[in-house]
Design a protein around this ligand. Structure first.
Ligand code: UDX
Length: 429
């Protein structure tokens, strides 16, 4: 089939390459000419394990190409996936739908007869209904990929969810995804409103799970208990499950924070603010963990950051990504810097992105080197390489052996044995 993918950010670029990988002819379209030029040359505009290989392979076999014109997209495709961003509107919690509206409106006059437009962007419930009259056929097909596992999640998703208004549209989408469905992937076919809601409900649940365990971390701190043991113990209950129960400095990134806020905003518009009021609490708990990480570090330097050197290990919102959007690590680094410390940040992939937005922080390309002269080291993103650090060797280079493990990622007894004064979120050590 001939598909277009409009919007080649994280979601769109991976979707385009993976649709080519399963055998379709794909045109990726974006207004950003530099991004399109890079993709067309096989250069990934972001760090994502496995993506460069899929991109190159499908450029070379001729199934994948890129362009910047909606008219070309309309002439090319039978099915058009809309993958543009829906960021948080400045000064509001609402989702900014201008890019979705612009693409659907811009594509409409160029569509071939029988073409299907499929929204993948995360949108407030009701968006598909609002746009239904702008194009002859519209479906919604939310995407659940995680950064760091984007290719895997697209080719082997937990489920495929489509919101359609006709059996014919469902058949088109079944044909698009046939190779993935053949592997036994669950197929959920529903109306567009339910499909839109599945996405925000899933992200709200995940955010709630993280904030739940982080609330338990707050209690554990006061009670002298250990949240990592607690999480493991409740996680053995299959009804709870052990995933997404890692207590730490909380969630960030381009999805969970903005999606739960946009959901609250949309629920309020529907007169149902009370139904998701708990998401306000979820957001508050998440923010408090960042503050708590800063408090623990301040305690370790004797009550004031003025004149101290602080090292923050990690800049990205999670490991195996170069994405720094709403990163807890950088929020912590900036808060500490604002209190007068000189802050050095290390990250295996995120330094270029971080430096572009926060030029006032210092950056170091090597983790141990970043720790030189530090009065406290804060681990804020659990990159695997930090577990390889030798506590004794790092101790040799710091000004004081003080550590905050804000992700509960390290073997803390080993650090204590090497003479480190250690604090962690949700644990008394
Ligand atoms: C998320 C959803 O998982 C995905 O399904 C959706 O499509 C987009 O949003 P992503 O933003 O890539 O994906 O990151 P995810 O792996 O979900 O992590 C989100 C944040 O939660 C990260 O900052 C991570 O560090 C944090 N987190 C995750 C925790 O603090 N504890 C956990 O146990 C799990």
């Amino acid at each position: 089939m001939r598909l277009t993918v409009i919007g080649t950010g994280y979601l769109g670029a991976v979707h385009a390459a993976c649709m080519a990988e399963i055998g379709h002819d794909v045109l990726g379209v974006d207004v950003d000419e530099a991004k399109i030029a890079a993709l067309a040359e096989g250069r990934a505009p972001f760090f994502e394990p496995g993506f460069p290989e899929v991109l190159k392979r499908n450029l070379e076999n001729g199934r994948l190409r890129f362009g910047t014109s909606l008219a070309e997209a309309g002439a090319f495709g039978d099915v058009h996936f809309v993958c543009v961003g829906t960021p948080q509107r400045p000064g509001s919690h609402a989702a900014d739908l201008r890019y979705v509206d612009a693409v659907v409106g811009g594509l409409a006059p160029h569509l071939r007869p029988g073409a299907l437009v499929v929204g993948k962007s995360t949108v407030p419930v009701g968006t598909a209904a609002r746009l239904a009259d702008s194009v002859p056929a519209l479906a919604w097909n939310p995407e659940f990929l995680r950064e760091g596992f984007a290719v895997e999640d697209t080719l082997r998703p937990d489920r495929l969810v489509v919101g359609v208004t006709s059996a014919a549209d469902e058949d088109v989408l079944r044909a698009v995804y046939a190779p993935i469905l053949a592997a036994g992937t669950p197929w959920v076919s529903t109306d567009p409103a339910t499909a839109e809601l599945v996405k925000v409900a899933a992200n709200s649940f995940l955010a709630t799970k993280i904030s739940f365990i982080n609330a338990m971390a707050e209690i554990c701190e006061a009670a002298g208990a250990d949240v990592t043991t607690l999480a493991g113990a409740i996680g053995y209950d299959a009804r709870i499950g052990d995933r997404f129960l890692r207590a730490g400095v909380g969630f960030g990134g381009g999805c969970l924070p903005k999606d739960i806020r946009a959901f609250r905003h949309r629920a309020a518009e529907l007169g149902l603010a009370d139904s998701v009021r708990f998401l306000h609490e979820v957001d508050e708990i998440n923010g408090r963990r960042r503050t708590r990480a800063v408090d623990l570090a301040r305690e370790l330097v004797g009550g004031s950051f003025a004149g101290t050197s602080v090292t923050v290990l990690g800049a990205t919102f999670k490991p195996d990504s170069d994405d720094i959007r709403d990163s807890p690590a950088l929020a912590v680094a900036n808060a500490i810097r604002a209190e007068g410390a000189q802050v050095t940040v290390h990250d295996p992939q995120g330094i270029d992105n971080a430096r572009a937005v926060y030029p006032d922080l210092d950056y170091s390309p090597k983790a141990q080197k970043a720790c030189e002269g530090a009065h406290v080291v804060v681990l804020a993103t659990e990159w695997a390489e930090y577990r390889e650090l030798d506590p004794a060797a790092v101790r040799e280079v710091v000004a004081a052996p003080a550590l905050v493990d804000a992700r509960n990622a390290l073997d803390l007894p080993a650090w204590q044995e090497a003479g480190w004064d250690v604090r962690a979120l949700g644990r008394s050590l």
